[in-house]
Design a protein. Sequence first.
Length: 177
Amino acid sequence: MSLRRLYETTFIVNAALEDADIDAVIAKVTSYIENHGGEIKVVEKWGRRRLAYPINKKYNGFYVHIEFESMPNNLPILERFLVLEDTVLRHLTLILPEKLKTFRTQKALEIGKAIAEAEAEEQAKKEELAEKKAKREEAKAEAAKAEAAKAEEQETEKNEAKADSDEQEPAKEETAE
């Protein structure tokens, strides 16, 4: 009786294909693994990248990484499928040791924590800037209120002065008569 093992396969798809065609190739590979008793754990699309050297006169490829569990006797079948698939330029299948799997998850957690801390720091800066902006707006509003009050006070003083001068003018007219 064979044990199911954890494998990882990285393959390069011809980057000249359209995105829909690349997705179809990925779906074809994953369904092939599942049809032969495998269980897909992770599918990572690394995207289009320049190849280190030309493969079949191609300079770019779309990288795909798949982690799956399967019986060891199914691996040669998958390898043969990948070799015969025209759109797959290169592939590599390895047994994924448990230590490496735990290391990758720890690394991902550390990166996630670092990203979360950076996002929290950025959010704090944004809040601080918003607070400063609110204080500036408040100060501007208070200055505008003070200026409006001062202008109103000056206007009332002018009106009072004008009213006083209007009262004195009729008195002068009466004395002139």
